[in-house]
Design a protein around this ligand. Structure first.
Ligand code: SF4
Ligand code: SF4
Length: 381
């Protein structure tokens, strides 16, 4: 297993995480098998947003004394009032469900995240209805380790990061979502099947959100990594062929700020399939074939795919391009110090390029890598 820092929190999580949603309504033996397979594979990060008492208890029982070995993220505002998943912004109801979660998982949640903040109304209700204060109180009391937020809407998530409240963000990331225009309700497209012709280029609002999160040290845990399984289904994929689980994971993990990808496994074999990513070859992880049809839309734009490696000077070319892209969102005099610091911490960087050009021959999108190296050195060095 590999582990990444969660933004600037100083805490680390496994790059493959377990989304426990599909363990709901399952017998305890199945919950135990799945949780134990995840623990055996080195998974240290789990999402338990589900409001149901039974599934929470089953997961807590399966974790047993290993509770201390994992970070759990729980939702502030997830309820099942009508016996199905629901969202509440009513403070007493929100408190009741979250306090039940705390009680079941040993009195502490590593992350308490503000649940499903997708609209301006959601955002307003969270701040006007006392829920933001409640999250802050939980943090102050030591009941949660950090405040998070979950969203599927890049504009609202961007605003939420701007409030300075969340320390992490759970956001829906996959190639089809990133290729959808930001005014598309992506969950509707996912459930009703995408129209491939609408997937043309990476949505700038999404890219801006990921860049802001990286800049502010807000780590992203990824939900909908497989688009609810649609991307890897031959009948539902919006692409000419299904993406493999490993390609979907790799796409999410190569976005800025991402520290973990949550996979909704419900059996040992599904956990093992996800963990197979760790030993997959570069070819098996490669998602570029799904972008090749759109090549002209990507000309000159780095998608952080690492096709250009190896570099004889060991430069992390995708990382340099990523920090350059982030810097270019600002006027040259206003580049945040955090971006410069990230760039300067790269093992090899600005002055190490020997201009051999081998990377440019390998880049599928004709990114002017050598001149980008120089530009990055100029702006960030
Ligand atoms: S420069 Fe080209 S090959 Fe390298 S990471 Fe960017 S898009 Fe991929
Ligand atoms: S041109 Fe520079 S960045 Fe590209 S492979 Fe050669 S040394 Fe590395």
């Amino acid at each position: 297993m590999d582990y990444r820092f969660i933004g600037k929190t100083g805490k680390k999580a496994s790059i493959i995480g377990l989304g426990c949603e599909h363990l709901d309504q399952k017998p305890y033996s199945q919950v135990e098998e799945t949780i134990h397979a995840a623990l055996a594979g080195g998974i240290t990060y789990m999402d338990v947003f589900m409001p149901g008492e039974e599934v929470r208890q089953n997961i807590a029982k399966a974790l047993g004394s290993r509770r201390k070995d994992v970070m759990l993220q729980g939702a502030i505002g997830s309820t099942d009032i009508n016996q199905q998943y629901d969202i509440s912004r009513d403070l007493p109801t929100v408190q009741k469900y979250f306090e039940n979660c705390l009680r079941i998982f040993g009195g502490y949640m590593d992350v308490g995240f503000l649940f499903f903040v997708d609209t301006q109304k959601d955002l307003d209700q969270i701040f006007a209805g006392g829920i933001a204060e409640y999250a802050q109180k939980l943090k102050k009391q030591g009941d949660i380790g950090m405040i998070g937020c979950s969203s599927h809407n890049p504009e609202i998530a961007f605003q939420m990061v701007g409030t300075g409240l969340p320390e992490m963000m759970m956001f829906s990331i996959n190639l089809a979502f990133d290729l959808s225009p930001s005014n598309t309700p992506v969950l509707d497209s996912m459930f009703n099947n995408w129209e491939e012709e609408s997937l043309t280029t990476l949505d700038p609002k999404r890219l801006r959100l990921y860049a802001l999160c990286e800049e502010k040290g807000i780590g992203i845990s990824v939900m909908k990594t497989l688009g609810a399984g649609k991307l890897s289904s031959k009948d539902h994929t919006p692409f000419s062929a299904p993406m493999s689980v490993h390609q979907c994971i790799h796409y999410a993990l190569t976005r800025p700020a991402v520290y973990t990808t949550l996979l909704g496994c419900q059996s040992r074999s599904e956990v093992d399939e996800a963990l197979g990513y760790l030993n997959a070859s570069q070819e098996e992880r490669d998602y570029i074939p799904f972008l090749q049809k759109l090549e002209q839309n990507f000309e000159g734009k780095c998608v952080y795919c690492n096709h250009c490696l190896p570099c004889p000077s060991s430069i992390d070319i995708a990382a340099v391009n990523k920090y350059l892209d982030m810097a270019l969102l600002h006027n040259s005099g206003d580049i945040p110090p955090a971006i410069k610091a990230h760039y300067r911490h790269l093992d090899a960087g600005r002055s190490d390029c020997i201009r051999c050009g081998s990377c440019e021959e390998r880049c599928p999108f004709k990114v002017p890598i050598i001149s980008n190296m120089e530009k990055a050195a100029q702006l960030l060095g």
